[in-house]
Design a protein. Structure first.
Length: 254
């Protein structure tokens, strides 16, 4: 669309360009650009939730686009980071409201000495200082006396905390289903070149792509993300683009 506007400048307006950039940012979970543009196009409600919640709302609507055009391989590869975020939110909204204090951002230097973000790790000193804490008990139960704190935070770690401390049977079932999808479909697609269609998914998981997506939606809802306005963020952007195109067309017709 931006290329079309460049070739046909009579369609151009600053609002339309910003809306198109916002839509692109939203599909790709570019939170910085979303924050910069949403207020300029009177959609500042998109920045209302917490950073982690915004990431999930945006990310899963971007996944829905992949589902619509049947890019199932890319869809499955994208599940793991989403699952990590959703399990974090699940724990924060149930038994670990201060979960973030047990996580540390890891910065490492490249070969040229440039510091870059590498991921999240568990805060070893804080967790080990609390010998009777829930996290250290879970690590010992599943990993023995020596949990490897050099590992980055994974969905497997978070799922074990969910299983140990979350009491809601619905959440436990949904979390187990999500881990099943990750283990038996996502992992093989991430490491091997395979063609994925609904038949392949049914063979691996007994459910098709739309059912996979519905399970993800259910898990996200159970994690506390139920704001209907946020769920239609991408739809609202699309509607605003169409309205601006209509306005520009009307101006050109006069």
């Amino acid at each position: 669309m931006i290329k079309f506007i460049e070739d046909n400048p009579s369609w151009k307006s600053q609002k339309l360009l910003k809306l198109l950039q916002l839509g692109h940012a939203y599909i790709h979970t570019d939170l910085k650009t979303i924050e910069e543009l949403s207020e300029q196009v009177e959609m500042n409600y998109l920045t209302r939730p917490s950073l982690l919640e915004r990431r999930v709302y945006s990310y899963i609507q971007g996944l829905a686009v992949k589902l619509e055009i049947k890019e199932y391989d890319d869809y499955l590869r994208a599940i793991t980071p989403l699952l990590v975020d959703v399990l974090r939110l699940t724990l924060e909204n149930t038994v670990f409201p201060d979960l973030d204090r047990y996580l540390v951002e890891v910065m490492k230097e490249t070969e040229k000495g440039t510091p870059i973000y590498r991921g999240l790790q568990w805060n070893q000193s804080l967790i080990e200082a609390d010998k009777n804490g829930k996290i250290s008990k879970t690590w010992e139960r599943y990993y023995g006396k020596h949990f490897n704190y050099s590992h980055y935070v994974s969905s497997s770690h978070l799922l074990k905390l969910v299983q140990d401390y979350v009491k809601d049977p619905k959440i436990l079932k949904l979390a187990a289903q999500m881990r099943h999808i990750e283990k038996y479909a996502r992992n093989i697609v991430a490491h091997e070149l395979v063609y994925v269609d609904d038949e392949w998914l049914k063979h691996r998981l007994t459910i098709d792509a739309k059912e996979v997506h519905q399970q993800i939606i259910n898990m996200v809802n159970a994690a506390g993300l139920r704001d209907p306005q946020q769920w239609k963020g991408l739809t609202d952007i699309q509607a605003a683009i169409e309205k601006e195109l209509e306005n520009n067309h009307t101006k050109m017709s006069k």
